[in-house]
Design a protein around this ligand. Sequence first.
Ligand SMILES: [Zn+2]
Length: 99
Amino acid sequence: MRPDLETMLEHEYDDECPVCRTQDVVEWALIPAASAWEVANGLPRFAIALHGAAGLLGALLREGMPRKELDTALSGLLDEMEQHIAEEGAIGGPPQGNA
Ligand SMILES: [Zn+2]
């Protein structure tokens, strides 16, 4: 059965939202773990981030997800992320600051 991208993309901004909770897991657990793995194995910074993301998305391709739908979904998520980063900048810089 094909994964339902719409359900995974639509979200509301509250504590119960599965999309927000997924983003929290990535930010608080996966990114630090990938970073530690890169350092421990002498890999270039963000090597795991890039290839890990591609590998994980490859699992969707294997499930029969059309590449075009995946491209569109990913592009939308990156748009959202850029907007979020811009908003953080407007508020006064990213949280791990240069104070
Ligand atoms: Zn949400």
